[in-house]
Design a protein around this ligand. Structure first.
Ligand code: AMP
Ligand code: MG
Length: 318
């Protein structure tokens, strides 16, 4: 493991400007940053993650105004930024000339976001230009919500992690395409779709608009079974580790342990604990993970989406 743990955002930004890969915290998950102007460093982000080259990166900015230089804004997008930034909303807009093709995965658009996280913004300000950063996990795996999880994922492939402690929200940003006449939801996330006046469902054309969404995502190393009834799920999978809410755990007499993760019963607590729970349970030595199906509304729609994707390739039973 060669990655250094850093606590100073200015030092972390200096490392970035020297062409190194630096992971940093945000309110959603940890991102893996590179200097946008360094082609080799941007290419190294894709290599370190094993990320398919058709999956573009989000440019992170310290201030709303910093996004003017990279994207062409319209009135509705400005309104969204005024209302939701800093925060977990990513806007896809036409790219201005000069945004490197590798960041856009060759698309004419670019994704931008201003995180609601003081350490992240200090790092981004010191970097001096927007920082392209995907989540700091190996491609296809759960996103990291702690510096330790980044080290576990990429410790031998990146240079440094700016340690900001656990991420407050725990699921990634909501991604909307704001470039056209109609706002389109590309990824459910930490800003509820309903707050944007949208249904909590990805746009029917999402795979064409956001090719990266086709790929496998968020999956731990053992299968995940999303079930309507945890008790029945455990009968069908007696060797399963279990992820459930506090009230279900109390009802079933389940106590937290290496094979049992109990999350709070509220949507924010579920979202914040999800990825860390998947990481802990994949180390339980059990054959699979049983987790409850959530009502896909509000913030739970994002958590339900991550669980569904984590389980894809796994039969949805019972
Ligand atoms: P992550 O790996 O969590 O950073 O994912 C970034 C998300 O933003 C992925 O779903 C990408 O496909 C999406 N994204 C980034 N840039 C664009 C873009 N220009 N057009 C559409 N989707 C994008
Ligand atoms: Mg990701």
């Amino acid at each position: 493991m060669k990655a250094r743990l850093l606590s100073d955002p200015v030092e972390a930004a200096r490392w970035l400007r020297q062409g190194r890969l630096v992971a940093f915290p945000t309110e959603t998950v940890y991102g893996l940053g590179a200097d946008a102007a360094d082609e080799r460093a941007v290419a190294a982000v894709y290599t370190a993650k094993g990320r398919p080259l058709d999956n573009p990166l989000i440019l992170h900015v310290a201030e709303v105004g910093d996004a003017q230089a990279v994207a062409v804004w319209n009135e509705r997008a400005l309104e969204l930024a005024r209302r939701f930034w800093p925060g977990p909303l990513t806007l896809v807009l036409p790219a201005r000339p000069g945004v490197p093709a590798a960041i856009r995965a060759g698309k004419p658009t670019v994704a931008v976001r201003c995180p609601d996280h003081d350490l992240a913004r200090a790092f981004l300000a010191a970097a001096g230009r927007p920082v392209p950063a995907p989540s700091a996990n190996r491609s296809g795996r759960p996103s990291p919500t702690t510096a330790a999880a980044v080290l576990e994922e990429l410790g031998d492939r990146i240079d440094a992690v700016l340690d900001g402690g656990p991420c407050r929200m725990g699921v990634e940003s909501t991604v909307v395409d704001a470039s056209g006449a109609r706002l389109r939801l590309l990824r459910l996330g930490a800003t509820p779709a309903e707050d944007l006046g949208l249904e909590p469902r990805a746009d029917p054309d999402v795979e064409g608009l956001s090719p990266g969404t086709r790929h496998r995502h968020y999956a731990p190393s053992i299968p995940v079974h999303v079930v309507d009834d945890v008790e029945a799920g455990l009968r069908s999978h007696p060797d399963a580790a279990v992820l459930c809410g506090a009230s279900a755990a109390a009802r079933l007499g389940l106590r937290p342990g290496p094979a049992v993760c109990v999350l709070p019963d509220d949507p924010a607590g579920r979202a914040a604990g999800l990825f860390d729970a998947l990481r802990r349970l994949e180390r339980s030595g059990r054959a699979c993970i049983v987790a409850p199906r959530l009502e896909p509304a509000g913030l739970d729609a994002a958590t339900a989406d991550r669980l569904r994707r984590a389980s894809s390739g796994t039969r949805m039973d019972p």
